[in-house]
Write a protein that binds this ligand. Structure first.
Ligand code: GLP
Length: 250
């Protein structure tokens, strides 16, 4: 793992955006695995800015998103499809036909999940997978549990995740209780993984991810088995790494 500890959210976002932009520049038709949540918003702003300045084109990029709330229509302002349109897709030259987000309204979740995995396989897997991390160590919506789940699947959200995400909804009751999430097979099948985090409430998850036991109780810990992971955090999220003496790049 290469670990960058940046001074604040903006510096973390810029570093994450640089890794993504480098991937696109190196391979203009790359497959990006994309994430939602407050963590990647800043990185997407940088990417949009660089696109508007003429430095970066998404013309041939293909994208697959990690997850979607079950039961939210794509036009719902808290759906992850809406998030992606709002923060990235509507502002760059990506071909809408090349963007995929799981369908939260699917009538046949099992078939939809199998199709999602088949699509990722048909692309030759993801070139660069962007991840945030939940306070409980979840990646995508792979919640802590007894085993790692390989395939795209329907997830019952942890109470702590519902609590954490309630800030985006009018009331806690409005937070969907289930989601569709890419599984560990697609995430670990990515050629490169970029995990970003900011804020002190992520410090334990980052410590568990980087040097805790590899266990489905902390899903992000599986990344210790991936050969090409870049972790970009701000000082607050990286504080426990520093205290543990983990070597970092910057
Ligand atoms: C959400 C998403 C994750 C995200 C995480 C952290 O529930 N499913 O993909 O990485 O939780 O979100 P945030 O970046 O808002 O802290």
């Amino acid at each position: 793992m290469r670990i960058y500890i940046e001074k604040d959210y903006d510096a973390m976002s810029r570093r994450a955006a640089q890794v993504i932009a480098a991937e696109i520049t190196h391979n203009p038709s790359c497959v990006l695995g994309l994430a939602t949540g407050s963590t990647p918003e800043g990185a997407y702003k940088y990417l949009v800015d660089w696109h508007k300045k003429g430095c970066l084109s998404f013309k041939d990029v293909r994208s697959v998103n990690l997850d979607e709330y079950k039961g939210l229509e794509p036009t719902h302002d808290q759906s992850y499809r809406y998030f992606m349109q709002f923060h990235l897709f509507d502002h760059v030259d990506i071909d809408p036909r090349n963007t995929r987000v799981p369908d939260g309204l699917t009538k046949d979740p099992a078939a939809h999940c199998a199709e999602y995995d088949a699509y990722i396989r048909s692309l030759g897997y993801v070139d660069l997978q962007l991840l945030g991390v939940g306070r409980n160590g979840h990646i995508g919506f792979n919640e802590p549990g007894d085993c790692f789940v390989k395939e795209t699947h329907v997830v019952d959200l942890a109470e702590s995740t519902i609590d954490a995400n309630a800030r985006f909804f009018a009331t806690r009751d409005d937070v969907p209780k289930q989601a569709i999430s890419m599984g560990m097979g697609a995430i670990m099948g990515a050629k490169k993984v970029l995990l970003a985090a900011s804020g002190a409430e992520k410090a334990d998850a980052i410590l568990g991810c980087v040097c805790g036991p590899i266990t489905p109780r902390c899903p992000a810990s599986i990344l210790q088995l991936h050969p090409n992971v870049v972790i970009v955090v701000d000082e607050a999220a990286g504080s426990k790494l520093k205290a543990a003496g983990v070597p970092v790049c910057g």
